[in-house]
Design a protein around this ligand. Structure first.
Ligand code: GLN
Length: 298
């Protein structure tokens, strides 16, 4: 019998520029990630990284950067280049899950040309660029829905910048709303495990599957692609390795969240579906309330 070792699962999330990039409740994404870890007995430690703070990638398991006004983005762009860019690049190239929303997303692409003033250099993680069309062109404001991973993601967008993708893969196709640029029906961008999106809301409370996707990526990256057995992660978030059983789950490449114990997400999916209905996407709303999400269709 293998000597099984029990260990407490724990993750550290770096919250970048919380004082500058904090629009439309983006902080709610942190609250959801912490709650969904806590409900599984996984400790999520959140560390704020402000202007001038160094980013040592080995100290983190996932990163979040929110949205902001043009004037707040300028010092952040400078700091990304002066201080955090190398560490952030290293983290992303090492497949750390990163969620970047709106203004943060724009600064992870090549550049952001604001409504006025000079271009802001981005990190170029996403092969894309953003151009604000000026104060006389209506902003992209409203509810948004996209398809993602065989499901949907819903949120709220408010941006003047229009993002155009080079070789970057979009996060999804716009079903309703503006998306990257209100022209090509793309929304967001993906590079390795870095996800850029225009979806505020905040995003994760109504998209539990996406929250679990990010948590699953972080766990898989930190603890390795092992045969996991749900019984291995007990209610206190302890995981005993070594002991394997026939029920053990191999983490499927495209669904790292399979390792996570399902939670009761009925309220989250009802909120998700009601936003889809509000946007006239009835079929997607029914699908959202289907059994696939562990729900009993009433
Ligand atoms: N200031 C940027 C724009 O207007 C980003 C806005 C945001 O983060 N919501 O496009």
């Amino acid at each position: 019998m293998n000597d099984s070792v029990t260990r407490q699962l724990a993750l550290t999330l770096g919250h970048l520029y919380p004082d500058q990039l904090n629009l439309y409740g983006d902080r709610g994404n942190i609250i959801v990630l912490r709650r969904r870890c806590q409900q599984r007995g996984i400790e999520l430690r959140v560390v704020s990284l402000g202007l001038g703070d160094a980013l040592a990638p080995d100290e983190y398991d996932m990163l979040f950067i929110g949205g902001g006004q043009d004037r707040e983005q300028a010092p952040v762009a400078q700091d990304l280049h002066d201080t955090k860019g190398i560490g952030l690049w290293a983290a992303i190239e090492d497949d750390m899950p990163v969620l970047a929303v709106c203004g943060g997303y724009q600064l992870l692409a090549h550049y952001y040309r604001p409504a006025s003033g000079p271009d802001m250099r981005g990190l170029g993680v996403f092969d894309a660029w953003t151009i604000h069309k000026g104060p006389r062109v209506a902003r992209c404001i409203g509810d948004i829905a996209i398809n993602w991973n065989g499901s949907t993601l819903v949120g709220f967008e408010n941006h003047g910048g229009r993002t155009y993708l080079g070789t970057a893969q979009p996060l999804g196709k716009v079903l309703k709303g503006y998306g990257n640029n209100a022209e090509d029906a793309t929304e967001g961008a993906i590079y390795r495990n870095a996800y850029g999106t225009y979806m505020h809301g905040s995003l994760l409370p109504k998209n539990p599957h996406f929250a679990d996707h990010l948590i699953g990526l972080a766990l898989r990256r930190k603890y390795g692609k092992n045969d996991w057995d749900n019984s291995h992660i007990n209610e206190t978030g302890e995981w005993t390795d070594g002991a394997s059983s026939s029920e053990s789950l191999e983490i499927k490449d495209d669904d790292p969240s399979v390792v996570l114990t399902p939670l009761d997400d009925r309220l989250e999916w009802e909120a998700h579906a009601s936003l889809l209905e509000h946007m006239g996407l009835q079929d997607a709303a029914i699908a959202a309330l289907s059994n696939d999400n562990g729900l009993k269709v009433s």
